[in-house]
Design a binder for this molecule. Structure first.
Ligand SMILES: [Zn+2]
Length: 156
């Protein structure tokens, strides 16, 4: 068994888009609507291993994603985290640089007839609160994100 992040590619049902150095996937957990994950396209174990070009591409993705999640779902703000803890739970471990983007909401959002609430708004996220959506809703979230990106950026 190797690195599970390296095994991910654009054939995943969670794949949203790819940039020069990152693949972007919807998170399985949609307790914050539009939560997604940016995964470096090569195996690197630490932020300090990233090149200047990769950091620049990361920042371009931050701009794309924040505008997109605000426009698509009305996200109020954005929390970004680069957490490697899970990689070290098993041996051998394969830490692989990735970021989680959690978009908190000051208000409820109705999307595809489902209401998404954020009871922890303005507080540290509650990692016990998880929400898995149906594959149909998941597909609609991804489509909505892609449509917004196409409308505002030339990356797709
Ligand atoms: Zn990897």
């Amino acid at each position: 068994m190797g690195c599970s992040w390296c095994d991910l590619d654009n054939s995943s049902n969670y794949f949203i888009y790819t940039s020069e150095h990152f693949n972007v996937y919807l998170s399985e957990d949609q307790s914050l609507l539009g939560r997604l994950i940016l995964v470096l396209n090569r195996h690197a174990s630490s932020l300090s291993d990233l090149t200047s070009e990769e950091i620049q591409d990361f920042f371009s993705n931050v701009k794309i994603i924040e505008k997109t999640l605000a426009e698509s779902f009305g996200a109020t703000m954005f929390n970004w985290s680069c957490l490697m803890n899970n990689s070290y739970k098993e041996q051998p471990c394969f830490p692989h640089v990735h970021w989680h983007c959690r978009p908190p909401y000051a208000h409820d959002v109705s999307f595809t007839g489902q209401v998404f609430s954020d009871p922890d708004f303005a507080h540290h996220y509650n990692n016990k609160r998880k929400l898995t959506v149906s594959s149909e809703v998941q597909h609609m979230i991804i489509t909505s994100i892609r449509t917004s990106i196409k409308n505002n950026f030339t990356i797709l």
